[in-house]
Design a protein around this ligand. Structure first.
Ligand code: SF4
Length: 224
């Protein structure tokens, strides 16, 4: 039976990309070797066996931590029921969720009537149910030395690129020039850390290219 190392589970509103505004259950998996310098979830990078705790202990925590718990898909779905979650959209995030084989988890969630979205850096093969909405937020030239792979780009419904400067647009252009993505893929630019210059660059480029703007709306309204 597959089990997953989970850093946190919570219900909120999706603040980014195509599902902005959709009530969602976020499942944050532990572990990521990609090494983005501006990562805002660095507490998920390491899977330290000594940081394993019970579900109850981790779910009771009020702030970010490196603690994690182990759950099977069935136990995770029971947890949603126990918490009284109403959302029917589940977002598997991290960390880098695609370090895990997500097939058993996405199969179980979709069988239970949830829609499922994965948010991935594109540096690991995505193993998931075919109906999963895959959002690739490509992480190019990061410290961990991982390459963005063809397979995640090929199945992505959405490419959401973090942008702080022109170099990041150029990297996205090079990635798209490889031609591995689907022709109808939605392309979003997302300014890093709500910086003013990054936002202006993203706005100007979206208008010029007919791409879409993704704002981290949850950060503007102060929710998780
Ligand atoms: S891929 Fe995501 S979790 Fe990993 S370092 Fe980059 S931003 Fe952080």
């Amino acid at each position: 039976m597959a089990d997953y190392k989970v850093n946190e589970v919570f219900e909120s509103i999706q603040g980014e990309g195509a599902f902005t505004g959709v009530p969602s259950i976020f499942v944050r998996l532990q572990g990521c070797p990609v090494g983005c310098s501006w990562c805002d979830t660095k507490h998920t990078w390491t899977v330290d066996p000594e940081k394993q705790k019970s579900v109850e202990a981790v779910m009771a925590e009020q702030q970010e931590s490196e603690h994690w718990f182990l759950l099977t898909p069935a136990q995770l779905i029971s947890l949603f029921a126990n918490k009284g979650y109403k959302a029917k959209h589940v977002i598997l995030t991290g960390g880098e969720p695609c370090m895990y084989d997500l097939m058993p988890l996405t199969n179980a969630l979709i069988e239970q009537g949830y829609s499922v979205q994965i948010e991935t850096s594109g540096t690991f093969e995505v193993k998931a149910h075919a109906e999963t909405w895959v959002t690739v937020s490509p992480k190019v030239n990061m410290q961990g030395g991982y390459e963005v792979l063809q397979q995640p780009l090929r199945i992505a419904k959405e490419i959401k690129h973090p942008v702080a400067m022109q170099k990041h647009i150029d990297e996205l252009d090079q990635l798209l020039a490889r031609g591995h993505h689907q022709s109808g893929v939605l392309v979003y630019l997302q300014p890093i850390s709500q910086q003013k210059r990054a936002t202006q660059l993203a706005v100007d480029t979206c208008i010029a290219r007919n791409w879409r703007l993704s704002l981290q709306t949850h950060k503007f309204i102060g929710i998780e």
